[in-house]
Design a protein around this ligand. Sequence first.
Ligand code: PLP
Length: 419
Amino acid sequence: MRRARAVTPGGVSSPVRAFGGVGGDPFVVERGEGARIWDVDGREYIDYVLSWGPLALGHAAPAVLDAVAEAMQRGTSFGIPCEAETELAECIVQRMPHVEMLRFVSSGTEATMSAIRLARAATGRDAILKFDGCYHGHADGFLVRAGSGVATLGLPNSPGVPHSVASHTLVAPFNDPDAACRVARATNGRLAAIIVEPVVGNAGFIAPDPSFLRALRTIADDTGALLVFDEVMTGFRIAPGGARERFGVTPDLTTLGKVIGGGLPAAAYGGRRDLMEMMAPSGAVYQAGTLSGNPLAMAAGLATLRALTPELHARMAERTARLVTGLRAAAARRGVPFTADSAGSMWGFFFRGEPVRNFTDAKASNVDRFRRFFHEALARGVYLAPSPFESAFVSAAHGDAEIDLTLERLDDALGAALS
Ligand code: PLP
């Protein structure tokens, strides 16, 4: 890390990796296999970060490695259409039928940024409504009350974002349809899009009230704005067909990332055909990328999605729920105020007795206790996200044995964190 800090800011390629949210130095990873990773000092961890979500099949999953190796034999990038792009697009469209067309990009940031450009072009309006604590990548207009990394660093907003850009971003609390309605109406017909993480992952794990997403659909319809579900984190995690399948609410546009690249850089935005046809070259809205639809990333994503059958989803969701239930029970036995929840293979917890419904509640949790617990867990070989405002994941490689071992270690870690 000393060497890394000399040549990269904070020694990391993305801020939350620096352990700023929990203190201490991050470990330097050497390799991963299945549910486990090893650091360069030979320590082994059961991994619940999973590269921040993409690794639905676990580390170095044979299906993904084989698919990438096979694709790599034929070249690494072409910049002209390749069959794998269409295959992956068809696979996504089949599972998310409301995504009638999509465009591949290389990061979630590009996906959300492009979806908003499209929404602005389609509506001829500038304002967007986001929710406090939701993170939609690091494009200028999204770095307003943006949760996780930004909150962990204690930065309410980022310097370098022009006021003129940030002023188009309006913010309401998550799970508060009345506030969203008030903010949307106050724009007087200027609202281009409402963008939301259907299950929040970047303020810690926060589930939506059943009526909240429905209310957003109504507000969007009433104000003529488009509804964008940012499923970069939730896509192919919370249900085989994503938030629409889980909550029965259909967005106009959807952004995807993480799992659809299977651990390689791929993301996408898509939705209604009439909207997507506005993108160049079909339409006039410009967006492009040298490595978009990269054949290795497409191969990794395709191998991941093909393996993620509804049966596997169900198995992963069941194991995740068992982990969360076990953690709640451990906290209850020790008399610790604690709340934990999951959706599919995405989960999270807070050291707080009352339910956490929005980012204000999340920040009222006991973050000092989280930090102690994080380090006690790490010392016992369980790697949780190094911030109280992140979510965790379970992969297909986390079997019953790993869940049992994790529960044992985390119970012990909890005891140590309290002493
Ligand atoms: N949207 C959501 C919901 C995310 O969780 C993230 C990243 O964590 C992004 C967008 C940005 O994706 P990326 O880090 O690939 O740019």
